[in-house]
Design a protein around this ligand. Structure first.
Ligand code: G3H
Ligand code: ZN
Length: 283
């Protein structure tokens, strides 16, 4: 069923695993991720960035595509459609009104008081419709949707204050993670993660899941991380297959000949992540 992230993440935190947020870019990504979740009996979060939403035809088209596939595939595991890095109250409202079951308001680049204000507005509207809310503090490194940022670690006291002053369902404290591939090993702030987890008592979210070694994933989960976002790794897996097929055979023209194998590569990658995050067999 289509559900919010709230119960999913409370259960994950309590039982010591993380639910993967896998970003969708098109039909094949959505098919692959839903099939992986059903096969693994895993809860799953479909992440939709504003850019990807626009690419797919808008939030309404996304919701209909997801619902249609869930019906065709007879999906029984919990699925959330989540706005990734929502940039404003208006964008979050648009997603909620279109039928998203969860939104992230990313007002982390605003001054703290402004972040609290915008986040509270989103929470009030989203919760009135049964939709869960993720907020962010600090800055994830790298690029997303054309916006490039340096890494800024979240401040634990600000995290505590944000959680107290809003009623968010989960918190993404940026602690050294990066969108896109890492240059070398990631340097995650585990001490801060532990402190923030103790101060807020909320499920934490780890962005920039691509390229984080398993030992760091396990440590993050042990410190209260209950949601891990992965996008780039699936994009790389899909594109690699397409490139190989097109390079090998110059005569291919039917898109299904390269998109079906790309879809298979995404599915394999997602299944690997679900097992690594411990969410398999938890639906
Ligand atoms: O919000 C989405 C993610 O944080 C994905 O990060 O592309 O590095 O896996 P990634
Ligand atoms: Zn992110």
């Amino acid at each position: 069923p289509l559900v919010s992230m709230k119960e999913m993440l409370i259960k994950a935190k309590k039982e010591g695993y993380a639910v993967g947020q896998f970003n969708i870019n098109n039909l094949e990504f959505t098919q692959a991720i839903l099939q992986a979740a059903e096969e693994e009996k895993s809860p799953v979060i479909l992440g939709v960035s504003e850019g990807a939403g626009k690419y797919m035809g808008g939030f309404i088209a996304v919701v209909h595509m997801v619902k249609g596939l869930m019906e065709s595939y007879k999906i029984t595991v919990p699925v959330a459609i989540h706005l990734d890095h929502g940039s404003s109250f208006e964008k979050c409202k648009e997603a909620v009104d279109a039928g998203f079951t969860s939104v992230m308001i990313d007002a982390s680049h605003h001054p703290f008081d402004e972040n609290v204000k915008i986040t509270s507005e989103v929470v009030e509207y989203a919760h009135s419709k049964g939709v869960s809310v993720e907020a962010e503090l600090g800055t994830v490194g790298g690029e997303e949707d054309g916006v490039i940022g340096g890494i800024i670690y979240a401040n634990p006291q600000e995290c505590k204050a944000l959680v107290e002053q809003t009623a968010i369902d989960c918190l993404a404290p940026a602690l050294g993670s990066v969108h896109g591939p890492y240059k070398g090993e990631p340097n995650l702030g585990f001490a801060e993660m532990e402190e923030i987890s103790n101060l807020t008592d909320l499920p934490l979210v780890l962005h920039g899941g691509t390229g984080i070694p398993t030992k760091d994933i396990q440590r993050a989960i042990s410190l209260g991380t209950a949601k891990i976002n992965v996008n780039t790794e699936n994009q790389i897996a899909a594109t690699k297959v397409v490139r190989e097929i097109l390079e090998k055979d110059q005569k291919v023209y039917d898109p299904r000949k390269y998109l079906a194998p790309a879809r298979e590569a995404i599915k394999t990658t997602v299944i690997g992540k679900m097992r690594e995050f411990g969410s398999s067999q938890k639906a």
